[in-house]
Design a protein around this ligand. Structure first.
Ligand SMILES: [Zn+2]
Length: 72
């Protein structure tokens, strides 16, 4: 009986680790809350002035992307 419990515990642990990795990957790839561009060297994100979440440091580029996404 103990082996079955151990197997289940091991599976639970593996699932928890996989979930953690997924969460970490999601955290690493942040997106701008305004234009939803992915964070990269060309589009660095900073904190939104109103605390909404990460947003582009390049405001001009951000506005251009917002305009492009709404008109397209
Ligand atoms: Zn943006």
């Amino acid at each position: 009986m103990s082996t079955a419990n151990e197997n289940r515990a091991a599976r639970e642990r593996a699932k928890a680790i996989a979930e953690q990795h997924r969460a970490e990957r999601r955290l690493r790839k942040r997106r701008c809350v305004l234009c939803s561009v992915e964070e990269s060297e060309r589009t660095p994100l900073g904190p939104h002035p109103e605390g909404l979440g990460p947003s582009c440091k390049d405001l001009d580029g951000c506005e251009r992307r917002q305009a492009a996404s709404t008109s397209g």
